[in-house]
Design a protein around this ligand. Structure first.
Ligand code: GLC
Length: 435
């Protein structure tokens, strides 16, 4: 008997020990996750020295640019038209609720007044302004949340070592040590989380640089714990293209809606964490002068709605120009999205993926006892919804409030629309019976 009791006690102690290392999100963090999901729409801004070369943020790797030569770009970086307030106003006009800004991309240049290296916008450029500080202030003033992109990999520093599979032609001497680099990153993250107010999320990228040597230890749990210690509500995200690791608060998809994999980066399982998918407005993240191929307003709205129907947020990217302005076509698109959201936002913000899973014709979103049927493509007035989880009390067209005829059977509900849908998003609002 005594022996069993000892065994049980020992197992409990081991379990408790294990638990102590497990990540348990705080109440603030769980609340932040809900708010993040309610916000539904954010704008990604990729801006760095690469913007000057105007060929996207991977130019250094693609053209095997020597990192010392590349660094000379800094002394010519003077984005004379940068105005954080204008950026934030354009974002606000789009109906987006947060910005994700590249604080330091793979090129290794820091876009804030970091003390950890001189290779930053204040010390190394004639501009000498802490653009992150200006952006953080403008966000706070206009009620926009600020998320920070931070690259794990670095094509510039010698202590990003051992090298990964990218940036092999940038001429680093690789004399440095991972330990120094890891400390450098954690010191930078500490600055970001202590000097710029509340940060909505840290959005990591680059872990895939070591996917050919999967045993490489990034020491992520300790880094995530540091973030959560400094700001418990700050969400940790990592664009590693895998199912979430312990310590992460949201799951990211790149260039595909959750469940789809056209870009080849999204075969991973969909977790129960809040989801976000990021996409470019033209074809590139960083500014690319020859790429004027901006997605249409219709495509952008469809992408947002399709993400919402899959229970995911949309993070839509724009690459600011080297002069500091947002590209004019992008700003126009943002405005048009905002105009649509001003009248239809109720069917997107604060919703979760609806009871009927995504279909060829569109998606559903759910908030309380409302189920919004977003018809994106239907050449017909009749629509069968395999809705078996709830009973419909009433159905109207969201815009016109015209009644929609419906017949509910065991297998679902058949709607007969008053007209053939021809709006960007023809929404039917179903009021469901309680209970
Ligand atoms: C990829 C690219 C990077 C970009 C990111 C955005 O990981 O390497 O340049 O910032 O996707 O999702």
């Amino acid at each position: 008997m005594k022996k069993y009791a000892t065994v049980i006690l020992l197992s409990l102690a081991t379990l408790a020990g294990l638990r102590a290392q497990e990540y348990v999100p705080t109440a603030e963090n769980l609340k932040a996750r809900e708010e993040f999901q309610d916000n539904k729409f954010g704008i990604f801004l990729h801006w760095g020295l690469y913007s000057m070369l105007a060929q996207g943020e991977w130019v250094m790797n693609r053209e095997n640019l020597n990192h010392e030569e590349y660094a000379k770009l800094a002394s010519g970086f003077y984005p004379s038209r940068f105005n954080a307030e204008e950026w934030v106003k354009a974002v606000k006009a789009s109906g987006a609720k947060y910005i994700c800004f590249t604080t330091r991309h793979h090129e290794g240049f820091s876009m804030w007044a970091t003390r950890q290296s001189d290779y930053n916008i204040v010390d190394a450029t004639p501009f000498r302004r802490d653009v992150l500080k200006e952006l953080a202030d403008a966000c706070r003033k206009h009620g926009i949340r600020l998320h920070l992109y931070y690259s794990h990999l670095d094509w510039h520093r010698d202590d990003y070592y051992p090298l990964g599979r990218t940036g092999r032609g940038t001429g680093r001497t690789t004399h440095g040590e991972w330990k120094t680099y890891y400390t450098f990153m954690n010191n930078q993250l500490t600055e970001l989380l202590t000097q710029y107010g509340d940060i909505g999320a840290i959005w990591f990228d680059g872990v895939w640089d070591h996917d050919a040597d999967p045993d490489f230890d990034w020491q992520l749990p300790e880094q995530y714990a540091l973030i959560h210690r400094l700001q418990p509500a700050c969400l940790v995200a990592n664009n590693h293209h895998q199912a979430p690791f312990a310590g992460e608060d949201i799951q990211i998809f790149e260039r595909d809606l959750p469940g789809e994999n056209t870009a080849g980066l999204s075969g991973q399982d969909i977790s129960r964490l809040p989801l976000e998918t990021c996409e470019t407005m033209n074809g590139m993240w960083g500014y690319k002068i020859v790429d004027q191929n901006y997605k249409s307003v219709k495509t952008l709205i469809h992408y947002l709605v399709k993400a919402a129907g899959r229970n995911a947020n949309l993070l839509m990217n724009l690459g600011p120009q080297p002069n500091g302005e947002l590209p004019a076509t992008g700003v126009e698109r943002l405005k048009a999205m905002g105009e649509w959201l001003a009248t239809h936002g109720e069917t997107v913000y604060g919703t979760r993926g609806g009871d009927v899973t995504p279909r060829d014709w569109g998606v559903t979103t759910r908030k309380g006892n409302k189920l919004y049927v977003h018809i994106l493509d239907l050449p017909d007035r009749g629509l069968f919804l395999p809705l078996t989880t709830a009973r419909v009390k009433s159905a109207v067209v969201f815009d016109s409030r015209k009644p929609v005829a419906f017949r509910q059977e065991k297998a679902g509900v058949t709607l007969t629309l008053p007209e053939t849908p021809d709006a960007i998003d023809y929404i039917v609002e179903l009021t469901l019976k309680e209970g």
